[in-house]
Ligand binder design. Structure first.
Ligand SMILES: [Zn+2]
Length: 382
């Protein structure tokens, strides 16, 4: 039977795609769900259907092969994999709730007791996915690294597994002072690392000033696009050279990327910004003026208090945030007025996304629900 396309409740599928994606355990490894059959090696590459049956739960296809082969596709699985709809997308499947300062005037920012997170059914993680950040309270000094490493392997830093940030008289880094820090993202501007889930644990904070500042970069970028479409376009198109020099380790890190990254449909995928690291732009001289106009205007948006959540962060609170969507900064403070110490740790954001995606779609996979094989990550917290 020659079938060009199989229609299932309005979605169209090519026979060759269906054959290539057969879900049976002859064609898949049960645990990893790897394809174990390579149809490009079949003598006849255009898969031919002998019979199709669409019932309430599934699409059943009998293939014209020797020996015969039968594929069963649950309708839910087909729907999730329909061409063009990308339900299982490389990007996070949760809807973003974009926010600005006004969002938090009557509503408290999402916060959870760290001790409850492992058993809260993933509520804390959904809050983080939706808002780009979450406060985790009651965190002891060593608890966050442990918590983070149960999501994925920690991202190593040049400072070690984590970075202690506190003002010291001999500090050789502007972060380790009482200076204001304008909203920025960490690492990903000057280093080719994956987008990060960042944990900022405050183990001490009784200094005067130094409020934490969070900015939803996606919200700012959406406003910026609406108000200044030409400037927005320019920032998505212009590669910027970011630099970081570290005499301690004799590193001169340099990376090129755009401040605002959009996918092929125009959705904002990332905002990466750190004014202190921006260096130069690959532009003809006559475009530099227009670029600066866009760049400084976007910086103004990020510094606009209307877009900022500003809070004193008490000791024992950890701010978990999506570095690449949420920018962070701090108001200036007086180091002589008290101590302010925080510890930064990072996990690649993709492991966090992968856990949420697994929770949503594990029903499709035959091995789901079987005993965890263990991998050194420890008991899961989502
Ligand atoms: Zn099969």
């Amino acid at each position: 039977m020659s079938v060009d396309l199989v229609e299932v409740h309005g979605d169209l599928f090519h026979p060759i795609w269906l054959r290539d994606n057969c879900l049976c355990l002859e064609c898949r490894h049960a645990w990893t769900f790897w394809k174990t059959v390579d149809i490009s090696r079949f003598s006849e590459r255009s898969s031919i259907i002998k019979e199709v049956d669409l019932n309430q739960e599934s699409l059943v296809v009998l293939w014209d092969e020797e020996p015969g082969h039968r594929s069963v596709f649950p309708l839910e699985w087909l729907s999730a994999h329909a061409y063009g709809r990308q339900q299982i997308s490389p990007r996070l499947v949760h809807d973003h709730a974009l926010w600005d300062a006004a969002t938090w005037t009557d509503t408290s920012p999402p916060s959870h007791a760290l001790a409850d997170c492992a058993s809260d059914g993933g509520t804390w993680a959904e809050d983080l996915a939706r808002n780009g950040f979450v406060f985790l309270d009651g965190a002891a000094e060593d608890s966050v690294e442990n918590f983070a490493s149960r999501i994925g392997p920690l991202q190593p830093t040049e400072f070690g597994r984590s970075i202690a940030v506190q003002a010291t008289p001999e500090a050789n880094h502007p972060v380790k002072s009482g200076n204001e820090l304008t909203p920025h993202t960490d690492f990903s501007t000057y280093l080719n690392v994956a987008p990060l889930l960042q944990f900022m644990l405050f183990i001490k904070n009784d200094a005067v000033g130094g409020d934490s500042i969070l900015v939803d970069g996606f919200m700012v970028a959406e406003h910026f696009r609406k108000d200044h479409p030409d400037h927005f376009e320019r920032l998505t198109m212009t590669p910027i050279n970011f630099q970081q020099v570290y005499p301690d380790w004799e590193y001169f890190l340099a990376r090129r990327r755009s401040i605002i990254e959009v996918d092929r449909s125009g959705n904002i995928e990332g905002v990466f910004f750190h004014h202190s690291h921006t260096c130069n732009w690959d532009l003809p001289p006559e475009e530099v003026g227009a670029f600066y106009e866009a760049y400084f205007l976007f910086f103004d948006y990020l510094r606009n208090p209307d877009f900022q959540l500003r809070r004193h962060t008490p000791a024992g609170r950890c701010i978990a945030l999506q570095n690449g969507r949420i920018l962070h900064g701090r108001a200036p403070y007086d180091p002589s007025s008290g101590g302010r110490t925080l510890i930064d740790s990072y996990v690649p954001w993709e492991y966090f996304e992968a856990r949420l995606r697994y929770r949503q779609f594990n029903g499709f996979y035959p091995a789901a629900g079987k005993k965890y094989s263990g991998s050194g990550l420890g008991a899961r917290v989502i």
